[in-house]
Design a protein around this ligand. Structure first.
Ligand code: KG4
Ligand code: ZN
Length: 347
């Protein structure tokens, strides 16, 4: 149980990130630095992340991000025990930038290199911020993913259900685009919803009455499009109050679907693991206050502890990648050094 210091590198979507973590048990892990350079302005006007632009920006910035993370942490390569890099899933150009840089550093320094699954990074974040034991139930909800996971170990994840089409973050981003709000859509839809009436428009709650923990969000997005078109036709444009009401109604529908299915997942989980009543969320969409509130309520009703990481650790970052690598080392199951970068990589 020696102290370990790990450098993390993340470049699988539109954030160029590097971080240094130190863990000296029994003390909780310390985030010595966490550098996250977003690319929002580079993709503005394209209505989404452009893979080629993202890859080029990562290639240009990643080594500077690593340098900044080491400087901010007050360490050099000689203080490190390992390097952990996101090896997938994600936009392959960006993932490759990170893996190539990490390989170069590993070759030059002799430090062991760990290829980390981005989703494992999100799923293990609750153990970085709180001292909780395995197992726990996790809702991983981001721009590209939405699934309930039974997290039983650093490399032991069981999927209990998830979206059969879009991820909620993707739906937030598309709704923002439909309503001419800035990207990323999550924060801007949430901001617009604050002054809106969540009961004004009745939007669908797909798969709610079906058994199981699967979800669907693409029909919701289509319903928002239809409602928008009807409003534009009626008023010659979208009024500020219509936009706010539509955002609030959309957000309420997402909250209903996620909390309805969370209630089921939690019941399944609690029946198997009554001694470990913990429900955690992670991923960018978990930054949404309304959704957090709804999920917290579900946990309370079920008698479970609700864990939501701080906002900066919900969205993409490299601290979670460093931590997932560190967890693998502790568990004695580090991924092989000869891993490859993968666009798809289910947990
Ligand atoms: O985890 P993340 O940073 O990247 C991955 O998808 O892996 O999640 C990004 C997603 C985006 O779709 C963004 O719109 C959404 O998370 N998001 C939010 C909020 N903040 C970010 N969605 C809803 N409410 C928010 N406050
Ligand atoms: Zn992510």
């Amino acid at each position: 149980r020696a102290a370990l210091t790990v450098l993390g590198i993340e470049s699988s979507c539109d954030d160029t990130a590097a971080a240094v973590i130190r863990h000296a048990p029994p003390a909780p892990a310390q985030i010595l630095s966490s550098v996250v350079w977003g690319q929002t302005e580079l993709h503005a006007g394209f209505g989404g992340v452009v893979p080629e632009i993202a890859a080029r920006a990562h290639a240009e910035k990643l080594d500077h991000a690593v340098e900044a993370a080491l400087t901010q942490a007050g360490v050099t390569f000689t203080d490190l025990d390992a390097i952990a890099v996101t090896a997938g899933p994600g936009l392959i150009g960006g993932v490759l930038s990170g893996v190539m840089l990490a390989r170069g550093i590993s070759a030059a320094t002799g430090l062991p290199l760990l290829g980390v699954n981005h989703l494992a990074g999100h799923a293990l974040t609750p153990r970085l911020t709180d001292t909780i034991a395995f197992p726990y139930l996790m809702l991983l909800v981001s721009g590209g993913h939405c699934q309930f996971l039974l997290v039983s170990g650093a490399d032991d994840f069981t999927r209990l259900g998830g979206t059969i089409d879009d991820a909620p973050g993707e739906a937030f981003d598309k709704v923002a685009k439909l309503l001419a709000l800035p990207q990323p859509g999550g924060p801007s839809v949430e901001a617009a919803a604050r002054s809106g009436d969540p009961k004004r428009f009745t939007l669908p709650r797909p798969l709610m009455d079906r058994p199981g923990c699967d979800m669907s969000f693409s029909g919701l997005k289509t319903a928002v499009l239809r409602t928008r078109d009807a409003l534009v036709a009626a008023h010659g444009g979208l009024r500020e109050s219509d936009r706010a009401d539509l955002c609030a109604s959309f957000q309420a529908a997402v909250a209903d679907v996620l909390s309805g299915k969370a209630r089921r997942a939690l019941a399944l989980y609690m029946a198997e693991h009554p001694a470990q009543p913990v429900f955690a969320v992670a991923g960018g969409v978990a930054a949404n206050a309304t959704l957090r509130g709804a999920l917290d309520h579900v946990a309370q009703q079920a008698g479970a502890r609700f864990l939501a990481p701080p906002l900066a650790l919900c969205t993409d970052n490299a601290a979670m990648i460093a931590w997932a690598g560190l967890e693998q080392i502790r568990a004695g199951t580090p991924a092989p050094q000869d891993f490859v970068a993968r666009p798809r990589w289910p947990l």
